[in-house]
Design a protein around this ligand. Sequence first.
Ligand SMILES: Cc1ncc(COP(=O)(O)O)c(C=O)c1O
Length: 353
Amino acid sequence: MSIKEFIDLRSDTVTLPTEEMLEAIRNAELGDDVLGEDPTVNRLEQMAAAKLGKEAALLVTSGTQANLVSLMSNTNRGELVILESESHMYWYEVGGISSIAGLLPWPVRSKRGALDPLDVEAAIRPRNIHFPEPALVCVENTHNRHGGAVVTPDELRLISEAAKGHGLRVYMDGARIFNAAVALKVDVKELAKHVDNLMFCLSKGLSCPVGSVVVGTGEFIEKARKVRKVLGGGMRQAGIIAASGIIALEKMIDRLEEDHVNAKRLAEGIAKVDGIVVDLERVQTNMVVLDISGLGVSDERFLSRLGENGVLASTIGKNKVRMVTHRGIEKEHVEKAIVAVAIVADELRRGFA
Ligand SMILES: Cc1ncc(COP(=O)(O)O)c(C=O)c1O
């Protein structure tokens, strides 16, 4: 079976560019972006800044690079960064926060992805000869390991007030910030206004082949541009990346709602399967987390049987399987995926597989 034949629910990063994006890439006006001369990159950066309500923006290669550039531009080496204990930066970015940025990550647990402002306050230790200087509070929206949970404008405001009260800056890993805005039915600026800077990914639900964008004040982005360069992220005719980003910002945001509807459908269907538990209240955007402990098998076993039945998903921890909807996953795929999960769960529960 070729990968195209599977119903691929591993991530929204598997989305392919649209025909319109490929056409825009083909026709993009190009220049040397390290010299600031790529008109397509400049246009994308201006569009992104305006959309998020910030002064300036910077195209980078990936979400991981966006986070690293932002961490390094917000801090000095040796400082302390407060982040949510399940955050992508803490789990999945190869420890670059320590090994490259030279920072001390200070993980704080949350119930559903949004840090409790009281926990933020408690994590900010007084300035003292023994302690590293606290510099930054990071939030993730939507929150990946919390199953695509949204952090609301009010929650962001309170987190930000707690941080600002102690002179700390606030950064948002908004890899999927447009999913949050669409789910909450708010202008994305309402989310962005509570943080000093943020990033969002073009290459996830927005369907671009490559790229993320860092957004903040003009001064911050000037610094970030230099940090991107030292990390090897200065790109030349990057307009071929930016061209698809422009289409994404113009045309791909509103359709994220379809992914959310499909995630709900998927969750409701799977919730009826014996041996699997889905917390429907936690399905807020394009992710569904399945608790498969009732099947009595490993995640690997479940995923491999599911794969043999044409559906791909991933594990985010023992007995926790994650499915992500995205462009290319339609209602009929959701229905087929529910049937496949039901068949596999039944076989595994009865010990036939
Ligand atoms: C919340 C979050 N931040 C950052 C990233 C990193 O993005 P990339 O894979 O483009 O490096 C991801 C990727 O899935 C993510 O989910």
